[in-house]
Design a protein around this ligand. Structure first.
Ligand SMILES: [Zn+2]
Length: 249
């Protein structure tokens, strides 16, 4: 069935509402926009299961929903470098050097990989159990789908340097703010809620910052307001404001 391309299933909206923790925080326009983008992603990308796995509607919809959320304020055009999505049932174990700096650390030992973003027109590779956990926010501040798709945004200009394609007026501020936090992490100075993995390289910094921006937005806004602000200006979304609304209810 790998060559047939399906869009949103009939009960797709119910799947999104069931699994995407942020769904009730979106307004009606955002919800409709998200559903349209999910449909597009399902229909326009190649969805493949690893050998020991099979894709069902839940797997495809839950992953597409998170990818669509990331670019809700931008456009699906941002994913023109994503040829497809390959889903494994759980964490993959690889040995030795793997292609692409986005893969994280290179090691001769067995390496646990929950996701990968291949460069160029390559696919995004994900572990389903981690993708589902991310949708439900079961690991605070972590979301493998947002992480890997953020790498694809970073790669759009051909370099993985933690800087996606930015408007000129944002670029200087972006580099200044991100470099200041990154340099501290590299020097072992904690900058919560950023995780240490963000000190791996600038590409990982951007992907981790993206996870925190969407998954712990109020903490990021409170503790790292400048970082929150440049991410808000890039993504054109205000996830902390959504959570303020929830608190006010
Ligand atoms: Zn990464």
């Amino acid at each position: 069935m790998r060559f047939r391309r399906h869009g949103m299933p009939e009960y797709g909206a119910a799947l999104v509402a069931e699994h995407l923790a942020v769904w009730p925080l979106l307004d009606a326009d955002e919800q409709q926009h998200l559903l349209n983008d999910i449909d597009q992603l399902l229909a326009s990308k190649t969805w493949e299961a690893a050998r020991d796995f099979a894709l069902d509607d839940t797997v495809r919809v839950v992953i597409a929903a998170q990818a669509a959320l990331l670019v809700l304020g931008l456009s699906l055009e941002q994913y023109r470098g994503v040829s497809g999505i390959i889903v494994h049932p759980t964490t993959l174990h690889t040995r030795g050097e793997r292609p692409g700096p986005s893969a994280g650390t290179v090691s001769a030992d067995r390496l646990a990989v929950v996701g990968l973003a291949q460069s160029g027109r390559g696919p995004v590779v994900l572990a389903w159990d981690q993708a589902l956990a991310g949708a439900h926010r079961s690991q605070p501040g972590e979301n493998v789908v947002l992480h890997e798709f953020a790498h694809k945004l970073d790669m759009l200009d051909g370099v993985i340097d933690g800087t996606p394609v930015l408007d000129r007026e944002l670029r200087d501020e972006w580099v200044r703010v991100c470099t200041e936090v990154y340099d501290d992490l590299v020097a072992d100075v904690p900058r919560p809620p950023m995780r240490w993995y963000g000190a791996t390289n600038p590409g990982e910094f951007f992907s981790v910052a993206t996870e925190v921006f969407f998954e712990q937005p109020r903490q990021l806004r409170a503790l790292e307001p400048s970082l929150y602000e440049v991410l808000l200006r890039f993504y054109r979304q205000d996830p902390a404001a959504r959570e303020d609304t929830l608190q006010a209810r």
